[in-house]
Design a binder for this molecule. Structure first.
Ligand code: SAH
Ligand code: SF4
Length: 354
């Protein structure tokens, strides 16, 4: 309930402030500049959730800050734990908006999948998030906080980030980039840029912008069909960006960055797994620097789409390999826990309604 009060009092959140804004506030409080760095370390590296925990700050400053600012306040409202060790969380921000994130541990590694928006406006036909529409975009701090929550829950360092939860990152570009930089920064999580992946449904102007960012962040593009008509039907939100245009922009991306993009392709029986679709996919990728991820479609309740067989997925991989395109089948982690984006949220809302 504290969050609700804070919103009523119009306090800003410390994590949404720039270094400059924080320094200005500290100056107002008669504090030296170096306090800003100390505070940022508490927030971003140590992940504290109250000003009282900032033990190297004078007590008076701690209470002055807590009178003026909020500090996070994400609340876990549901979780599911998979047999493979993955944990999926539904997290709620102080204004009541909830998003999903997932922690996927392997040996010494912890990959975290985060959401960039609550809901999504792109309306992909096979996606649970798309069906519900967009609630709002998240701030950089809200995106970052998801990974902090997972880190604290597993009590281990996060080694990679994938932005494949709810939302379309390229429709929330500035906040997403800020969050990526925080993940990457030594004052944040210190995760190498190549281990930070952004997945987009193919918002072309933003892919262009992304090509010009100095960091080596990894790019994944949800392709799902290389036949225009099929793709229009599956992904109506990116209808205006044609496949030909996408092909050209991805060529420019590779030329500029020298990095290999991933194409995601969830196989849907009788829709994008036909021979004609496979041939089009081979043509789209042949001769380019690309990696194709063949994904098993997660069942979305109420959806008419069904996943293709494992044998068909294998045929896709072999055919792509025969034209020189590297492809893998992504093993669907957490498939026993409503892993498709949007599903945990749907279930939690349903049980609330019931
Ligand atoms: N909006 C971005 C990132 C979030 S979705 C994007 O679309 O790329 C992350 C990935 O999950 C995308 O590749 C998306 O196409 C895929 N996805 C969505 N619904 C799915 C489902 N039911 N089964 C398998 N993959 C799905
Ligand atoms: Fe949005 Fe991605 Fe889902 Fe499409 S697949 S509706 S872009 S979250």
């Amino acid at each position: 309930m504290q969050g609700t009060n804070d919103i009523r009092q119009n306090k800003s959140d410390l994590r949404s402030m720039t270094r400059g804004q924080l320094e200005a506030l500290l100056a107002e409080l008669g504090q030296p500049k170096f306090r800003a760095k100390q505070i940022e370390e508490w927030v971003w590296t140590k992940g504290v959730t109250s000003f009282d925990q900032m033990t190297n700050l004078p007590k008076t400053l701690r209470s002055e800050l807590s009178e003026r600012l909020t500090l996070g306040g994400v609340e876990e409202i549901a979780r599911q734990v998979s047999r493979d060790g993955s944990r999926k969380y539904l997290l709620r921000y102080p204004d009541g908006v909830a998003v999903e994130c997932v922690g996927m541990p392997t040996k010494n590694r912890l990959a975290v999948c985060v959401s960039s928006q609550a809901g999504c406006a792109m309306g992909c036909a096979f996606c649970a998030t798309g069906a519900a529409g967009l609630t709002r975009s998240l701030t950089a701090a809200e995106i970052y906080e998801q990974a902090m929550h997972v880190r604290d829950d597993f009590n281990t360092r996060v080694t990679s980030i994938v932005m494949m939860g709810q939302g379309e990152p390229m429709m929330n570009y500035d906040a997403v980039l800020d969050a990526l930089r925080k993940f990457n920064s030594p004052e944040g999580m210190g995760i190498g840029a190549r281990h930070i992946t952004v997945s987009t449904c193919g918002v072309i102007p933003m892919i262009k912008r992304f090509s010009n960012e100095p960091e080596q962040f990894t790019l994944a593009v949800s392709l799902h069909s290389a036949v225009q008509k099929t793709r229009n039907a599956l992904m109506p939100g990116v209808k205006k960006y044609s496949l030909i245009h996408l092909y050209d922009v991805m060529g420019e991306y590779v030329d500029k960055t020298g990095r290999r993009p991933t194409y995601e392709y969830a196989l849907i029986q009788g829709v994008n797994d036909t021979d004609e679709e496979l041939a089009a996919l081979c043509d789209f990728c042949r001769g380019t620097l690309a990696h194709v991820n063949i994904i098993q479609l997660n069942n979305v309740e109420g959806s008419k789409f069904r996943p293709s067989s494992a044998a068909r997925a294998q045929e896709f991989v072999s055919r792509l390999a025969s034209v020189g395109v590297e492809a893998t089948i992504r093993n669907s982690r957490g498939s026993d826990i409503d892993a498709a984006c949007g599903q945990l949220r749907q279930r939690a809302l349903r049980s609330k309604e019931a």
